[in-house]
Design a protein around this ligand. Structure first.
Ligand SMILES: NC(=O)c1ccc[n+]([C@@H]2O[C@H](COP(=O)([O-])OP(=O)(O)OC[C@H]3O[C@@H](n4cnc5c(N)ncnc54)[C@H](O)[C@@H]3O)[C@@H](O)[C@H]2O)c1
Length: 281
């Protein structure tokens, strides 16, 4: 999709981090923006910031775990701006935890509901309109390097992100087979400087009560925070996404240093070697 000017982009998780950077990048390219997020305050702040930069913006408060709300987002965006050309299924939460034990099942469900079901709903709700209008269009699904290599103690996140990669590959093949004008990309970054380490702020009310949000971060949480603080700036990621949309490139791997983990995993699979204890670091 090489002519973005005057087209419309819908971005979930647009109030913060990568989503906000995508809004800046696609606004700069001349697109009208529909920003969707579960956090009303940051969403309003993001919209003011983007409007002050001269972009055309509409906002929609949404919980991507709810299919009806995604269907309503699609209708809202279409009513405001007409045909939708770019959908960034980007809203997500970070959540670790071991595979063993039953105490954190609701956390697993929450992570998979936001990170995977949110993306499935997005694709299913927006694709019919994007296919029907027939103009060049594109879907970008935010996965992670955690969708290509599995670090221990990250079970719910890994499962959700492998799902996003599988969904995106399947969709890309289906769009090509049907001769549709909808391109597909999957974003697989390693660490990026965002607020993902404080995803507990977005826990649903019933889980908020159980979680001790005032508790000192665990050593694991501190380590993750440090990796994120030293991660890529969001602007670099947004530029990579923009270029992939323009070039119709499927894979968006923003961190060269993590690529060997993907080849190494493929080698282990075909050579029948058991998984090592490492992830993609
Ligand atoms: N930051 C990283 O290191 C990193 C690495 C790989 C992938 N990612 C992915 O990037 C995406 C964006 O995350 P980020 O790093 O910018 O974090 P972030 O916390 O800064 O932004 C995530 C946004 O998603 C929103 N959100 C959370 N739950 C939601 C829900 N149920 N409905 C609607 N919106 C919701 C949040 O309010 C927030 O605005 C996520 O999918 C994340 O998994 C991040």
């Amino acid at each position: 999709m090489n002519d973005l000017h005057g087209k419309t982009a819908v971005i979930t998780g647009a109030a913060s981090g990568i989503g906000l950077a995508l809004a800046h990048r696609f606004g700069t390219a001349g697109m009208s923006l529909v920003l969707a997020d579960v956090e009303a305050g940051p969403l309003a702040t993001a919209a003011s910031e983007l409007e002050a930069a001269g972009f055309t913006v509409a906002t929609f408060e949404i919980d991507v775990r709810e299919m009806d709300q995604i269907v309503a987002l699609e209708a809202f965006a279409k009513e405001r701006f007409g045909n939708i050309h770019l959908l960034c299924n980007n809203a997500g939460v970070g959540s670790g935890g071991p595979v063993t034990g039953l105490d954190d099942i609701e956390h697993w469900k929450w992570t998979i509901d936001v990170n995977l079901w949110g993306v499935i709903y997005g694709c299913k709700a927006f694709l019919p309109g994007m296919i029907e209008h027939g103009e060049p269009a594109h879907i970008v699904n935010t996965a992670s390097m955690a969708g290509l290599a599995s670090a221990p103690m990250m079970g719910p996140y890994n499962v959700s992100k492998y799902g996003v990669v599988a969904l995106s590959e399947t969709l890309s093949k289906e769009m090509q087979l049907s001769g549709s004008a909808v391109g597909v990309s999957v974003l697989c970054p390693a660490f990026v400087q965002t607020s993902i380490a404080s995803s507990r702020r977005n826990l649903p009310a019933e889980l908020q009560q159980e979680a001790d949000t005032s508790a000192e971060p665990s050593p694991m949480e501190k380590m993750v925070q440090q990796l994120i603080d030293n991660g890529l700036p969001t602007t670099v990621v947004a530029d990579a996404v923009h270029d992939a949309v323009v070039d119709n490139a499927f894979w968006i791997l923003t961190h060269d240093e993590t690529k060997p983990a993907v080849t190494e995993r493929a080698r282990q699979i075909v050579e029948g070697e058991n998984p090592p204890t490492t992830g993609f670091g």
